[in-house]
Design a protein around this ligand. Sequence first.
Ligand SMILES: [Zn+2]
Length: 97
Amino acid sequence: MAVPARKVSKTRGATRRAHLALSAKATTTCPNCGAVIKAHRVCKNCGTYKKKQVIEMEKAEVKETKKDVKAKESKKETKAKETKKETKKAKTKKSEK
Ligand SMILES: [Zn+2]
């Protein structure tokens, strides 16, 4: 039965809403490309299901997997370190003069 809002205390409303929280959906990684996907569904990244090609994907459509991203990041980090070293060398050279 409907109850006027002012008749329901803050505590009672909060207690009722304690069970309304959303839970995280179950995810797995694609056995083909390693992308995070919903369980029991076709991989949106590579279009496979149980390692079988179900949907034809264009090569440009296939996004970067976690492995690719990590490899890129590590490359970037090494580049950044190299540049830092170079700047340090340049600074030391200047101080020597
Ligand atoms: Zn995949």
